[in-house]
Design a protein around this ligand. Structure first.
Ligand code: NDP
Length: 330
């Protein structure tokens, strides 16, 4: 049985030396245990944060221990009530080709409702993040302009579409012309700005948002966010979801860059982690599933094949290799 562990804590961008492939024996099943075989792994930007030592909202990975993340698996053998061989389950699972886990770590999923991998995206953590982060924090109103950074990613592509369902003008920010064409042609975005090729991002955003920006869903932080914030309207709302532009920096740039803008324009900015909404997850999933069935939400994935490709797929998030949700199929 193969597993991938954290070999060393990266400084800056992780590379091959961050990961270690091991062969391990599986323990015998005790009462309450389940032997699972993952079929899809999710790779997510927050995993980079877990490679750092120190306290955060989620425990750090330990050096020498397997990495772990959202996954879909099939049950091979069960010593637990309520689970049987052949069930399809999801949970936060070790990066291993098979694992013995306790039943409490797993939830059964219904693959008649949606393909199994969707439970790692639109019907999972990224979907809930888009839903609550936009609607609960920003409360967008019809006719308002919503800007989302990381627009072609797992969360961003849903944020834009949910904002369209609220009848907003939606402007995305993304890093390639292919992504821009897809968002405007297939996902209903009104305009998308390429942050990599724009020579004056503040102006490009102003051009795409003739009425200013009422809502900013921030997936990336850094210079992109500085440029959006310069275009905010009075009483704008910012949902601080992610700061991927800063996850691999060795020094975080700080300074009084945006505060004056927030103050003079009475802007509300709120950070969140999706765990804040755990009591409302079923409400979110139900609404997302309904919109998906009604054809109001479209979904797309980038699928990388093979267990050994997990590290490469994770690192690919930081260079924009994915369109929609990045998934590893094993
Ligand atoms: P994505 O699917 O959006 O993948 C990451 C994307 O970010 C890439 O495809 C790339 O697209 C873009 N990107 C990478 N590096 C940079 C950079 N330096 N500057 C600007 N853009 C960059 O990931 P998710 O949708 O899963 O996550 C999006 C954000 O939301 C992340 O910051 C993540 O940490 C956060 N998040 C927060 C949660 C919470 O509870 N608060 C829960 C889930 C996610 P491009 O080609 O456009 O550059």
């Amino acid at each position: 049985n193969k597993q991938i562990s954290l070999a060393s804590r990266p400084k800056g961008m992780p590379d091959a030396s961050t990961f270690q492939f091991d062969s391990v024996e599986l323990p015998a099943l005790k009462s309450g245990d389940i032997l699972i075989q993952p079929t899809y792994f999710s790779v997510d930007p927050y995993m980079r944060g877990r490679m750092n030592a120190g306290k955060s909202y989620i425990p750090a990975f330990e050096v020498g221990q397997p990495l772990a993340g959202g996954a879909v698996a099939k049950v091979i053998e069960s010593q637990a009530d309520g689970f049987a061989a052949g069930d399809v389950v999801t949970g936060s699972l070790p990066w291993a080709t098979q694992s013995v886990v306790s039943a409490g770590a797993l939830k059964k999923i219904d693959t008649n409702l949606a393909p199994a991998s969707y439970y790692l995206g639109i019907l999972g953590m990224p979907g809930l993040t888009a839903y609550f982060g936009l609607l609960d924090i920003c409360k967008p109103k019809a006719g308002e302009t919503v800007v989302v950074s990381g627009a072609a990613g797992a969360v961003g592509i849903l944020v834009g579409q949910i904002a369209k369902i609220q009848r907003c003008r939606v402007v995305g920010i993304a890093g390639s012309d292919d992504k821009i064409a897809m968002l405007t042609e297939s996902f209903g975005f009104d305009a998308v700005v390429n942050y990599k090729t724009s020579s004056d991002l503040k102006k490009s955003i102003a051009d795409a948002c003739p009425d200013g920006v009422d809502v900013y869903f921030d997936n990336v932080g850094g210079d992109v966010s500085d440029a959006v914030i310069a275009n905010l309207n009075f009483h704008a709302r910012i949902s601080l979801c992610g700061q991927i532009a800063l996850y691999n920096t060795t020094e975080t740039p700080v300074g009084p860059r945006i505060q004056p803008m927030l103050l003079t324009r009475s802007v509300l900015m709120q950070g969140f982690t999706i765990g804040n909404y755990s009591k409302r997850f079923s409400e979110g999933i139900q609404q997302l599933a309904t919109w998906l069935q009604e054809g109001k939400l479209h979904y797309t994935e980038t699928t990388v094949n093979g267990f050994d490709a997990l590290p490469e797929a994770l690192l690919g998030l930081f260079s924009g290799q994915n369109t929609g949700k990045m998934i590893v199929q094993v």
